[in-house]
Ligand binder design. Structure first.
Ligand code: UDP
Length: 413
């Protein structure tokens, strides 16, 4: 059963795996439930698909539940998402009512499982009311916030905070995202799985085939952004940057995205993107199925530079994915991208299409530097953002909570 873990040793080192086993022993048999609002699409689902099997391999009885909602529910939760990342959106009381009713319905389904668990991780605001709806809970409940909460629209945060404040702890990706809450807050950045289809090594042949499949010219430099079609990812800004670069020397751009079942705005943003890209055959807008992990992997590898020009970003797994493949990233100077892109060292942080274009042109001219930055980028991810570090942080958090945050906790070998 520990075999899953051994497979990570070559990538992350034996010491890391030994630490996980040691911490896992303390939590043997603990019942752990993760709850979020979609099984496919977006970073949270991506992480849970990888995190759960590792926790299971460590002997924790771990499961993953997904709450269900209708279109109105996702409209409401997408508004939370946008407002918590700073948009001034007032949500009508009827929609909030519907949000609460949907959570009540989900609580009826999940109550037995959740109340019985030793640890419950609730991801993001969508399922946050479940805590209040499980009055006989016996375990520790943790609210795990993945979004950029640095400048939330206060009215909406006040509403969400009502559901969040009674948790035993919350987890944020960056210190800037933490809020005034009456419980301990932990900083745990997300991670990528080096062994997953999305990140594993691929043969040069597979990369070439993927290039051919999408009609990309191997002789023309390639920029890639992988993202849901979401305004915070600024796909229009990326197209504007590409125009500036392409004017000077022909350059291809791939914007690869797909749908998340809990994101109702995607179709609208995709339409705007198609319109902006129309008539330019060096811009390729790809709608990929949710399981296109190897395709995305190959596109990131085929890229000369990866772009993630977000305006707000909780973390940005796509940044880590690209850096792991030795690509310098030109990223929006915001949120979790700042944690990964060390400006002028592993990539560049930018605020405008002009800035992105300037940096891309510079790197395409200076291939030596491009490769050097790519090497450092890979190292930076290896040191900080692989899934084993993430699991270690979660295990430490659970042990800390179980021991009621005693100052000194002994973990015996
Ligand atoms: N992703 C994907 N298909 C797509 C778009 C994105 O598989 O069409 C993946 C992407 O590779 C990354 C995750 O979804 O692993 C997105 O996570 P990120 O943190 O970058 O952004 P989020 O969507 O959570 O805001």
């Amino acid at each position: 059963m520990n075999d899953v873990l051994s497979t990570y040793e070559p990538a992350v080192g034996a010491q890391m795996v030994a630490q996980l086993r040691q911490l896992g022993k303390v939590l043997q048999g603990a019942r752990v439930v993760h709850v979020n609002s979609t099984r496919y699409g977006g970073g949270v689902a991506e992480i849970l698909h990888k995190l759960i099997p590792i926790k299971q391999a460590l002997g924790l009885d771990t499961s993953w539940e997904v709450i269900n909602g209708d279109a109105a529910f996702y409209e409401c939760t997408k508004s939370f998402h946008n407002a918590l990342q700073g948009d001034r959106i007032d949500i009508p009381p009827t929609l909030l009512e519907h949000f609460e009713a949907t959570n009540r319905r989900n609580a009826d389904e999940l109550r037995a499982t959740l109340e019985d668990a030793d640890f419950v991780f609730i991801h993001d605001p969508q399922p946050a009311p479940l805590l209040a709806l499980c009055p006989d809970r016996r375990g520790k409940w943790i609210w795990r916030c993945h979004i950029d909460l640095s400048h939330p629209y206060r009215r909406v945060w006040r509403y969400v905070r009502r559901w969040v404040r009674d948790y035993d702890a919350s987890v944020f990706s960056l210190p800037e995202f933490s809020q005034e809450l009456p419980h301990p807050q932990y900083l745990i950045p997300p991670s990528i799985d080096p062994l997953s289809d999305k990140n594993m090594d691929l043969t040069a042949r597979e990369v070439t085939e993927t290039r051919e499949r999408f009609g990309l010219d191997p002789e023309i430099p390639l920029l890639v952004q992988v993202s849901r079609f979401d305004r915070f990812k600024d796909p229009l800004g990326v197209i504007a940057a590409h125009k500036l670069i392409d004017k000077v020397a022909p350059t291809q751009l791939v914007l690869a995205g797909g749908e998340a079942t809990d994101d109702p705005e995607g179709a609208l943003v995709l339409e705007e993107v198609m319109e902006a890209a129309a008539g330019n055959d060096r811009v390729h807008v790809l709608m990929l199925p949710p399981d296109a992990h190897r395709t995305i992997n190959a596109l990131q590898r085929a890229a000369d530079i990866v772009i993630q020009k977000s305006i707000k970003e909780g973390f940005g797994l796509t940044v880590a994915e690209a850096m792991w493949k030795g690509k310098p990233v030109i990223g929006g100077d915001t949120g979790g991208i700042r944690l990964q892109v060390v400006d002028h060292y592993t990539g560049f942080l930018v605020n405008t299409p002009e800035g992105a274009a300037l940096r891309a042109r510079y790197l395409l001219h200076r291939r030596d530097l491009l490769h050097e930055m790519g090497e450092r980028a890979r190292r930076h991810i290896w040191e900080n953002f692989l899934i084993t570090r993430h699991v270690r942080d979660y295990l430490s958090l659970m042990i800390g909570l179980r021991m009621n945050n005693q100052e000194r906790i002994e973990v015996r070998t």
